[in-house]
Design a protein around this ligand. Structure first.
Ligand code: UD1
Ligand code: CA
Length: 456
């Protein structure tokens, strides 16, 4: 078995992005571009991955963590120079090495595998992944001889008008015999329009040495998109979005309108869940089976059980159980934990609170810093008064308690097990188990008073 290595180029600043964020860290469907690339490489089972870092090296290493090894390119002198930085880790090894740019997030594992297979079938020393572009502007062009053999690559900026009319482009992904690669790199010069050491020049160098060069043409140009600016970033986002939606649909998720549904790359969704239009699911989110999410819902970094509905609501950094209903128009803020069979109705805000099994907050309430037990009923308009201007205080509502409408629970305070709070109460003292608390002015009726006021 031949060993397979991978080099990911991720040292550039990405000037054309006009951004404080390094290019390869720009997210596509919520995941940094370079992480998409590295995950696809992991998908082919590479024996060693070396990512070339430079601009934002620390941040890139922090993002990829243990998924890759790293080589520093302190000065960005071009893509050939970048690959050379991996010589310490890879130079002495036998095997094939694929090189992928960190700004091509759409390249699939299957395509890399097909590239490697083509490389070994054609017994080549270098195989370049090419594609036909409708608009090849900016890409390197593949120059072939009359018989169709690849001679070299020419960069857009160095190309003649005739060369620019070629629509077959260098996708920036290559497969090399590892030793031939590192030998050829030593011969790359920087005499070109950009004064850079170009990696694709290796193709011409090996060709001049009569090494066998292959090209593998992919018919899916979209897969090879190189993100150099934000316009292309949005195109990549669109392709990735469709791809993610398709993956979920093939796994048994119904997406009513994939064009208005946004699912992050790191979301998992169970079978028979339905995503209604205008739903955005971000970050690391897990949604169970048979849920109905949306319309108009925004879920970020949250875990949701089975058979739960989330209608026109926002859920952030929280856990929601099974057979629970959220919304319409609810806001579940970070660190909330809603158990099973919970009901959160319209215009309810929950923050950093836990609600036990079967508890209900059906209308117009604020539940913040609260620990709510099981089967608690919280009436319309209830407010946990959690903030005294300095500290956030906890409200505890024990199992089976019933809080009447329009109550203020001034924290820290505890409503005991099975206790009742009369509607309209302002509760400042703990309510003992199984008792009724009434904290409001007693009503007085002045009989006949209205008639007296009415002077005729
Ligand atoms: C490159 C190719 C071009 C190809 C295109 C495909 C070269 C010279 N040109 O052009 O033929 O059509 O990709 O998308 O290779 N990088 C480094 N160190 C450097 C320079 C770049 O790590 O010194 C990294 C960048 O971070 C980026 C990648 O290499 O991830 C590609 O560099 P970029 O400047 O985007 O090259 P292109 O001009 O797009
Ligand atoms: Ca590029």
């Amino acid at each position: 078995m031949t060993n397979t290595y991978a080099i990911v180029l991720a040292a550039g600043q990405g000037t054309r992005m006009k951004s404080d964020l390094y290019k390869v860290l720009h997210p596509v469907c919520g995941k940094p571009m370079v992480e998409h690339v590295v995950d696809h490489i992991i998908g082919i089972g590479a024996d060693k991955i070396v990512t070339i870092v430079g601009h934002g090296a620390e941040k890139v290493e922090e993002t990829l963590g243990g998924k890759s090894e790293y080589a520093l390119q302190a000065e960005q002198l071009g893509t050939a120079h970048a690959v050379q930085q991996a010589e310490k880790q890879l130079g002495d090894l036998d095997g094939v090495t694929i090189v992928v740019c960190g700004d091509t997030p759409l390249i699939k594992s299957e395509t890399m595998q097909a590239l490697i297979a083509h490389h070994s079938e054609t017994d080549a020393k270098a195989t370049i992944l090419t594609a036909n572009a409708d608009d090849p502007t900016g890409y390197g062009r593949i120059i072939r001889d009359a018989d169709g053999n690849v001679l070299r690559n020419v960069e857009h900026k160095d190309a003649t008008d005739e060369e620019r009319s070629v629509t077959e482009i260098n996708t920036g992904t290559y497969c090399f015999d590892n030793r031939s690669l590192f030998n050829a790199l030593k011969k790359v010069k920087n005499e070109n329009a950009q004064g850079e050491y170009y990696l694709p020049d290796v193709i011409g160098i090996l060709r001049a040495e009569n090494a066998r060069i292959s090209a593998y043409v992919t018919d899916d140009f979209s897969e090879t998109i190189g993100v150099n600016d934000r316009v292309v970033l949005s195109e990549a986002e669109k392709v990735m979005r469709q791809r993610i939606a398709e993956r979920h649909m093939r796994e048994g998720v119904t997406i009513i309108d994939p064009n208005s549904t946004y699912i992050s790359a790191n979301t998992t969704i169970g079978r028979d869940t339905v995503l209604q239009p205008n739903t955005i699911i971000e970050g690391q989110t897990v949604i169970g089976e048979k849920c109905i999410i949306g319309p108009n819902s925004h879920i970020v970094n949250s875990t949701i059980g089975n058979q739960t509905t989330v209608h026109s609501s926002v859920i952030r950094d929280s856990i929601v159980g099974s057979s629970t209903a959220v919304g319409p128009f609810a806001h579940i803020r970070p660190d909330s934990n809603l158990s099973d069979n919970v009901k959160i109705g319209n215009f309810v805000e929950v923050k950093k609170s836990s609600l036990g099994e079967g508890s209900k907050v059906s209308h117009l309430s604020y539940i913040g810093d609260a620990e709510v037990g099981t089967h608690v009923n919280i009436g319309c308009g209830t407010i946990t008064v959690n903030y005294d201007g300095k500290n956030k205080n906890t409200t505890t509502i024990e199992d089976g308690a019933f809080v009447g409408c329009n109550s203020n629970l001034i924290a820290p305070v505890k409503i005991g097990k099975g206790a009742y709070v009369a509607a309209g109460s302002t509760i400042t003292k703990d309510v003992p188990e199984s008792s009724l608390a009434i904290g409001r002015a007693r009503q007085e009726n002045k009989e006949g008073y209205a008639t007296k006021l009415n002077l005729n």
